[in-house]
Structures are given as structure tokens and as C-alpha cells.
Design a protein around this ligand. Structure first.
Ligand SMILES: [Zn+2]
Ligand SMILES: [Zn+2]
Length: 233
């Protein structure tokens, strides 16, 4: 009689797991080879405040000239292939479980850099956008991070009062001006250190506006954690 293949039997009991990027069998949502090949941002050559490229890892010219409201940015990836693909899969809902993978990457990085944040807040979507999409990707991630890091999670602390999807046709300058009043803070943040979770940072004006709202409401310090940063801007 043929011996029963226990390994095959056990594997059949587990849900099939494949790498999101290359479809290879993998216990993790992104396999080791693909994880290694992602365009990770290295602390040594980015500005510690805004995560723009800075050859010696010093505070960049933008931040020296116009210091943003946040005092530091932790951004994991450069927003280019295949990181952009990975983030789209998460952001548009095909692979929501990537929140776990991204949270794990942040937790590993934060174990090295440390954080003073007592409270974690996601960048909120405008109610119109939330209705359309059904979920807020930054909130899925911030929830996992708060749990993993044992910090308070306040997803309703800030409301988005400006619907930026209605800004089409406006100049960059007009958009930036509008962004200044894009958020409202509904809670007491006096003296708190907050971390704001964003998906992709481009110009940084959204994060800046949100952090400024928190500082105006009395927060002591705000930092930004983002999955990725666009290479230019
Ligand atoms: Zn892979
Ligand atoms: Zn900078």
C-alpha cells in the first residue's frame, strides 16, 4: 500500500499563498526575492524630515527654506515599479491583506529608528471618496500599526473637509492654498505626539496640512509614516 503523503495532505488544509508580485508560492504576501528587489528608501540618502532624496542624508533645501509641520517622515519605498504596483493592489482593494505586510515592514523599521508617537492617526478620506471606495487604505494600515505597536488609534480624530477630487482644473498654487483648510480636528490632542499614516507622499502638501491642523489643535509633535514617496517633487 502506498504511504500517505502527509505533507501534501497538510498543505491542502492551508489556504494557498502566493506572492502578490511574482505569484510564486510564498508563506508571506510578498516573497523574499521580491521583497529584496523592491526600491526601499535608505535613511542614508534621504532627508529625515520629508524623505526627499538628499545625497548625504542631511535636511534638504526644501525643508530648510520652508519647514513642514511634521518633524520627520518615515517612508518605506520609492514610488516606482514594482512598489507602485504593490501599493495599487492594496489601495484599490484587490489585496487588502497587504495591510499586514506593510504594517510588518513599518514595525521592523520602527524597531530600528524608534518613535515618540503615543497616538496613530490615518489620513482620512473625504466622505464622498470613502463612500465610493468603501474603505480607507490608510486606516486599514494605521489600525494594524496601532495594534502591533501597542499605541492608541484614533481614526475619527481628524475629518477631511475638502473634497480634493473636485479640484480638477485648479492650478497647483490654488490647490495648495485650498489644502490649508482641508482638515478639521475633533478631539483634544494637547501635548500629544502623533504619527500620521499616509499611503503615497507626492508633494507632501496633504500631510503638511493635516499635521498643521494637529499642531494648531495643540499637538506637541507630529511625524508622518508613508508606504512610499514619489521620486521627484
Ligand atoms: Zn515574489
Ligand atoms: Zn526635506
Amino acid at each position: 500500500m502506498e504511504k500517505m503523503n502527509w505533507r501534501r495532505f497538510l498543505v491542502q488544509l492551508l489556504p494557498p499563498q502566493h506572492c502578490t508580485l511574482c505569484a510564486a508560492t510564498s508563506a508571506a504576501q510578498v516573497c523574499d526575492a521580491c521583497t529584496g528587489a523592491l526600491p526601499w528608501l535608505a535613511q542614508e540618502n534621504i532627508c529625515p524630515v520629508c524623505a526627499r532624496f538628499s545625497p548625504t542624508g542631511q535636511v534638504c533645501g526644501h525643508c530648510l527654506k520652508t519647514p513642514p509641520a511634521f518633524y520627520r517622515t518615515l517612508s518605506l519605498l520609492e514610488y516606482r515599479f514594482p512598489a507602485n504596483h504593490l501599493i495599487s493592489r492594496f489601495k484599490y482593494g484587490q489585496q487588502l491583506h497587504l495591510a499586514d505586510w506593510f504594517a510588518e515592514q513599518f514595525i521592523q523599521r520602527l524597531a530600528l529608528t524608534g518613535t515618540a508617537a503615543d497616538v496613530i492617526v490615518p489620513v482620512p478620506l473625504h466622505p464622498n471618496r470613502l463612500k465610493q471606495r468603501g474603505f480607507n487604505q490608510s486606516q486599514l494600515l494605521s489600525e494594524k500599526l496601532a495594534r502591533g505597536l501597542n499605541r492608541a488609534h484614533l481614526p475619527d480624530l481628524v475629518q477631511r473637509t475638502l473634497d480634493t477630487s473636485q479640484q480638477a482644473g485648479l492650478s497647483r498654487k490654488e490647490r495648495t492654498r485650498n489644502m490649508r483648510h482641508a482638515f478639521a480636528c475633533n478631539g483634544n490632542v494637547r501635548g500629544l505626539h502623533l504619527a500620521v499614516v499616509d499611503d503615497v507622499i507626492t508633494t507632501g502638501s496633504t500631510a503638511d496640512s493635516l499635521c498643521r491642523t494637529l499642531l494648531d489643535a495643540g499637538a506637541a509633535q507630529v511625524e508622518v509614516w508613508s508606504m512610499a514617496r514619489t521620486p521627484d517633487n
